[in-house]
Design a protein around this ligand. Structure first.
Ligand code: 5AD
Length: 369
């Protein structure tokens, strides 16, 4: 207890401090870290929880990440592409429900047909989702992987103003173990730099608890995200998918192991909140797959963004990055009751009908106003 308390009093944490915080197991210690994260959240971002409708518009993917269920090499996946009209309908639905922002996510493709589709969809959504509270239409976050600078510029010009690209791990050694030779840490890293130069609000994040990762790796991830000055964080626990090279070798998940992964994931959210302060942090679907109250616990540990799955129910179970991914999302399916039951008790406000940008973006270096 004493050790944790004395670290929490420091102004800056070093790697060893973060390792100690992440190793906290006593409930009093975990609670002390959580409380500190909550107070940083309230101080820098306020009580609002922002909702972004998540539209997983295609599971076609050129990449072969060793941990991911929709990797190219998984031939058992039924691949789908939502139509332009289908995506636009979902976007309008988001705007009508008051989710001021939308996340468009898909497997990675870099062909000209795909790029033109994304560009067109972004432009069309911006045009057709304007209303009195959103005069510039929905806020759009893209999450479509590594693209060329020119492509990133086209998407930005079309109206996407946030981009999420997880670094997955800040350890080049571990990155190499998790990806085939054609996918490199340095390429991904340079994409993050390019996105920032263009003027996007940039999100990144990592996989937590992926095989081969140590607590020290996680501590370095926190410092990496701080040093890259990212605006948004999307990170969550690694969850097994058996039809992948990493998942095949993963031992069966025991109740204890599940609890342990939740503990570390929540502490990661808290530590990132304490260190990075004014960034937006998502409570991800992967947290919910380990615990049906996972996202709400994420919020209690410092997250302030929830992404209800707007992907149509009939294709949700084809976008399985990992197994046991929840196909029911109470926030998407019955928002009012989910909010009352799940978030109201945490004393949070919902921020409807606005973009909910990361406060960090407006104060960091390189911000273009
Ligand atoms: N478990 C958890 N998250 C995963 N992702 C991919 N596969 C898995 C998995 N097995 C995450 C990656 C990617 C994001 C879209 O999904 O971090 O960036």
């Amino acid at each position: 207890m004493k050790v944790i308390q004395s670290i929490l009093q420091k102004k800056d944490f070093d790697e060893a401090d973060i390792v100690t915080l992440l190793a906290a197991t006593h409930p009093n210690d975990v609670e002390a870290v959580r409380r500190r994260a909550e107070s940083e959240l309230l101080k820098h971002c306020g009580r609002n929880v922002h909702f972004r409708g998540l539209v997983e518009f295609s599971n076609v993917c050129e990449r072969n990440c060793y941990y991911c269920g929709i990797r190219r090499g998984n031939l058992k996946v039924d691949r789908y592409n939502l139509s332009r009209e289908g995506i636009l309908t979902l976007a309008k639905d988001c705007a009508e429900r008051g989710f001021g922002s939308l996340v468009l996510q898909s497997g990675e493709r870099r062909d000209s047909v795909f790029i033109a589709l994304v560009e067109d969809v972004v432009r069309t959504i911006k045009k057709h989702t304007r209303n009195a509270s959103l005069p510039n239409g929905l806020g759009i976050t893209l999450c479509v992987g590594e693209q060329s600078e020119e492509t990133y510029r086209r998407f930005f010009a079309a109206g996407a103003h946030r981009y999420l690209l997880r670094i997955e791990t800040s350890s080049p050694r571990l990155f190499k173990k998790l990806h085939p030779p054609g996918q490199t840490f340095s390429r991904r890293f340079s994409c993050l730099k390019t996105l920032k130069e263009i003027g996007y609000q940039v999100g990144s994040g990592i996989l937590i608890g992926v095989p081969g990762q140590t607590t020290r790796d996680l501590a370095r991830d926190v410092l990496f995200l701080r040093d890259q000055d990212v605006d948004m964080i999307g990170m969550g626990p690694y969850v097994v998918h058996r039809r992948t090279p990493v998942g095949r070798r993963y031992p069966p998940l025991t109740a204890n192991r599940r609890k342990e992964i939740m503990r570390v994931s929540l502490l990661m959210i808290a530590v990132v909140r304490i260190v990075l302060k004014n960034v937006n942090i998502a409570a991800t679907t992967a947290l919910q797959s380990l615990d049906s109250w996972g996202r709400e616990r994420g919020v209690q540990f410092g997250a302030n963004v929830i992404m209800p799955q707007m992907t149509p129910p009939d294709v949700r179970n084809q976008y399985l990055l990992y197994q046991n991914k929840p196909v029911v999302d109470e926030y998407a399916d019955d928002f009012e009751s989910a909010f009352e039951k799940r978030l109201r008790p945490l004393n949070r406000e919902i921020a409807l009908n606005r973009w909910g940008d990361s406060p960090h973006y407006f104060v960091r270096d390189g911000h273009k106003s």
